[in-house]
Design a protein around this ligand. Structure first.
Ligand code: NIG
Ligand code: FE
Length: 416
């Protein structure tokens, strides 16, 4: 099945297959003017820019009427399987309580877990599906989804089965991450090792058996999991060959980045608290054979909780790559759109529009080690792309914040 998309005024992100960009490279934009894309069985077969070269054989042809086209956005960090918003905590925080105080009093993640445990798998599926559709409509075509609002064997498995069903029903790439180590349940408050044993002995083996997780995650931070506890869990997961993606340094300088790099994690996410030692650890990671740990900033969390933004500019000045994600969740970032993240990255983190564009496309793909499939538009990669009528889209999308600039989303060359 061949399909030709033509009359594209600008085609952005036409990097070589497998590209991710570090430091100053993040400023370099590849764009083809007056472009066309030939898609064969969902994969890009050719890209061109002169009418004369346009394939002329009879095939399905789609006139994009002079619109601009970008790679589908990649959201490498979300928690979209949850039961309910936390409006009451929002009000408490607005009245002055901190995220950590609310969590220490049994709110936060534990609040979400109580609600999720009581909800059926079908209802969770419906809600998560609605959120996924919203994300697709906002241009996201690859999504990572974490568990972590279950915190019991049954409830963690329930979440991961919901994600498995989404994978079966949707053509976009969905990746699952087991985050049983998101918080200590109340009954393990004085027996933390007991909960870690539950994760290692009761949850992980079933998850591996049922192939429910592509990665493992731990909330390694002040008041949550220590570096030693994180190391213990990651060591067990590595015996099954499950790669790590870590929540690190949201609340303090607790060694999360260092333990992520030591365990060859694919990414360390949050990073609101990062100093020279953390930057040095990331640099060390990229000098190693495993391919480095991608720093992932989550500006939606900083915005919603009123905490510092990850110093992504400093990462880039140090020659590091940077990715950005929504962290879509009910507690710290109820944000579905990577377009909003793009805008926040510019206004709050002072990233240039083009740098932030790479952070939500090719570099985000790298955070999932999917840069050979998505994140750039090149021959051999998936025809996952978005169409916008916004002129000069790389500058225009983060500038006109709060609108949905996406006219159409294509996955494997099909409009969804
Ligand atoms: O990434 N930081 C840990 N986990 C989530 C939010 C958890 C919550 O408050 O529900 C995050 O921000
Ligand atoms: Fe998160």
């Amino acid at each position: 099945m061949k399909k030709l998309f033509y009359n594209i005024s600008k085609l952005y992100g036409t990097n070589h297959r497998g590209t991710f960009k570090s430091g100053a490279e993040m400023q370099q934009l590849n764009v083809v003017d007056n472009a066309w894309i030939l898609v064969e069985n969902g994969i890009i077969a050719a890209i061109g820019n002169a009418e004369a070269e346009m394939p002329s054989e009879v095939m399905e042809r789609v006139d994009l009427s002079g619109a601009e086209v970008l790679p589908g956005f990649v959201d490498s960090h979300t928690h979209i399987v949850f039961a309910a918003p936390r409006h009451e905590e929002f009000a408490m925080r607005l009245a002055g309580a901190s995220y950590e105080e609310i969590a220490a009093n049994g709110g936060g993640i534990l609040n979400s877990a109580r609600k999720l445990q009581a909800m059926s798998e079908d209802e969770l599926y419906e809600q998560a599906e609605a959120r996924l559709k919203l994300m697709l409509a906002h241009g996201t075509t690859t999504v990572e989804i974490k568990s972590g609002y279950g915190l019991t064997v049954d409830a963690e498995l329930k979440i991961l089965r919901v994600v498995k069903r989404l994978k079966q029903h949707y053509t976009c790439i969905i990746k699952s991450t087991f985050l049983g180590a998101h918080a200590f349940p109340v009954e393990y408050k004085n027996n933390q090792q007991g909960y870690i044993d539950l994760i290692i002995n009761e949850m992980l083996p079933v998850i591996v058996q049922e192939q429910l997780a592509d990665h493992i995650d731990v909330f390694c931070d002040k008041g949550f999991f220590t570096v030693e506890q994180t190391a213990q869990i990651l060591t067990e997961a590595s015996k099954y060959g499950i790669p790590a993606k870590i929540h690190a340094n949201e609340l303090g300088l607790t060694g999360g980045v260092q333990v992520a790099v030591e365990h060859e994690a694919w990414s360390a996410d949050h990073l609101e608290h990062c100093e020279e030692n953390e930057i040095a650890a990331f640099k060390h990671g990229f000098s190693q054979n495993y391919g480095g740990t991608m720093p992932v900033g989550l500006p939606g969390t900083s915005y919603f909780l009123g905490i510092p933004y990850a110093p992504t500019k400093r990462f880039m000045e140090n020659g590091l790559p940077v990715a950005l994600a929504t962290d879509f969740n009910p507690g710290s970032s109820p944000l579905c759109s990577l377009q909003t993240i793009w805008a926040l990255a510019c206004t709050q983190m002072k990233m240039m529009p083009v740098e932030a564009f790479h952070a939500i496309t090719c570099n985000a793909a790298r955070a999932l080690r999917l840069e050979n499939e998505v994140g750039s538009l090149a021959v051999g990669m998936r025809a996952d792309f978005v169409v916008t009528k916004t002129k000069e889209a790389i500058k225009g999308i983060p500038y006109f914040m709060g609108q949905n600039h996406i006219e159409a989303t294509f996955v494997l060359g099909e409009r969804i």
